[in-house]
Ligand binder design. Structure first.
Ligand SMILES: Nc1ncnc2c1ncn2[C@@H]1O[C@H](COP(=O)(O)OP(=O)(O)OP(=O)(O)O)[C@@H](O)[C@H]1O
Ligand SMILES: [Mg+2]
Length: 370
């Protein structure tokens, strides 16, 4: 029998695929048992839970290009692990990207003493270690020392402890060679209820053996071919998902789960649900004023400043408005790299002419046309 293709295309347009109504949030929470709700999956908008009971280990890898939504996810994961699972969290920050968030949630500054005090009192807390001010070499040395200390802490925990302890490292590749003690945390973590959460823009440098030890992988948009190739091989991701990964919107991701039964699940999460506690600031440019997320400007400041930007960050925290001329001038005083600053400001979506004018004023009236 001949199939009438044109007819079937027409017919398919008339077919209505049933879409289950989205569940109410309180219902979702009631059903979650030990799981953490992250967002709705693209399959009939079913809620997606990260449920450690069913996974072969508590380790999580988050990967994606810049601006794809990794930090948003990690921040919210952190809040939910702390709030819903009574976990203790240790956050290691190489760039200072989390400093205002850590400040906002009142995270404790991490030290051996603060950690011991809190565990003696049986408190679950969020600890924060900011390495932003150290030079690259010193960052690695300090991170390595603290990771060794975390191995000690892990081994002193009761086996099978109910309350989990999570170690979060953003831009993890800096400490991710095969000799790093992170491997010990990953290998032994499950036994001691210790989970390692790593996040990175690319994973091409990550050792294959390390990567295969993560039961949960969240892939945000990336077009880095080597990263995609590695994901394809390591997690046997179907080709249509490899395509999808390259075109995901901000906050959307593909979740790959390895369950206790060694079965795998692959899901598309429509949008990671969480609170965006980024405050906004008014950026004034002549007579114009635009609203911009403070965390975006802070990130730019951290990125471009060669000198310690703490005072400028503080100024930003205390004010609701900053003038673009002042911002540029302050950043040039901090020896900001001009090219990085210029491209960062363009990346914020500001008007080209306004940026040029402000640069001109900051650079003593020399006019540059972009
Ligand atoms: N699920 C989401 N819902 C709402 N806003 C989001 C979501 N994910 C990301 N965003 C917003 O998008 C912007 C970029 O996200 P984010 O900072 O998490 O990117 P990133 O992947 O960490 O980038 P980078 O690698 O440069 O650090 C932020 O302003 C963030 O608030
Ligand atoms: Mg980030």
């Amino acid at each position: 029998m001949k199939t009438n293709l044109i007819g079937s295309v027409g017919l398919s347009k008339l077919l209505i695929i049933p879409k289950e109504p989205e569940e109410k949030f309180d219902q979702i929470l009631k059903n979650s048992k030990n799981g953490i709700y992250l967002g709705s999956s693209s399959i009939m908008s079913k809620p997606f839970f990260l449920d450690f009971e069913n996974l072969i280990n508590p380790h999580i890898f988050v990967v994606g290009m810049t601006g794809s939504g990794k930090t948003f996810m990690v921040k919210n994961l952190m809040l939910k692990l702390f709030g819903c699972l009574n976990s203790t969290i240790f956050l290691l920050d190489f760039t200072g990207e989390y400093s205002s968030f850590a400040n906002f949630i009142n995270a404790k500054n991490f030290s051996k003493v603060s950690f011991k005090n809190s565990s003696e009192k049986n408190e679950n807390s969020i600890f924060y270690l900011n390495l932003e001010k150290l030079d690259e070499k010193q960052k690695i040395i300090t991170a390595t020392q603290n990771i060794s200390f975390l191995v000690e802490i892990m081994r002193s925990r009761k086996i099978g402890s109910k309350n989990k302890f999570f170690i979060i490292i953003d831009e993890a590749w800096k400490v991710l060679d095969e000799h790093s003690e992170i491997n010990t945390l990953i290998r032994e973590g499950r036994k001691y209820s210790v989970g390692v959460i790593l996040s990175s823009q690319i994973i091409e440098d990550v050792d294959q053996k390390i990567l295969s030890n993560f039961a949960s992988l969240f892939v945000f948009r990336t077009q880095n071919m080597k990263t995609l190739e590695k994901l394809k091989i390591n997690y046997q991701i179907p080709l249509d998902y490899v395509e999808k990964i390259q075109n995901l919107n901000v906050g959307n991701c593909i979740a790959i789960m390895v369950y206790n039964s060694d079965k795998r699940g692959i899901f598309e999460i429509n949008k990671i649900i969480g609170v965006n506690i980024a405050k906004k600031i008014n950026l004034s440019m002549g007579n114009n004023m635009i609203e911009i997320k403070k965390d975006k400007i802070e990130k730019l400041i951290h990125k471009v400043s060669k000198d310690d930007p703490s005072n400028l960050i503080l100024k930003l925290e205390m004010n609701n408005t900053i003038d673009l001329n002042v911002l540029i001038l302050e950043l040039l005083k901090l020896n900001a790299d001009r090219l990085e600053l210029l491209s960062g400001l363009l990346g914020l979506g500001l008007d080209h002419n306004k940026i040029a004018d402000s640069f001109a004023i900051a650079l003593n009236g020399v006019t540059y046309v972009i």
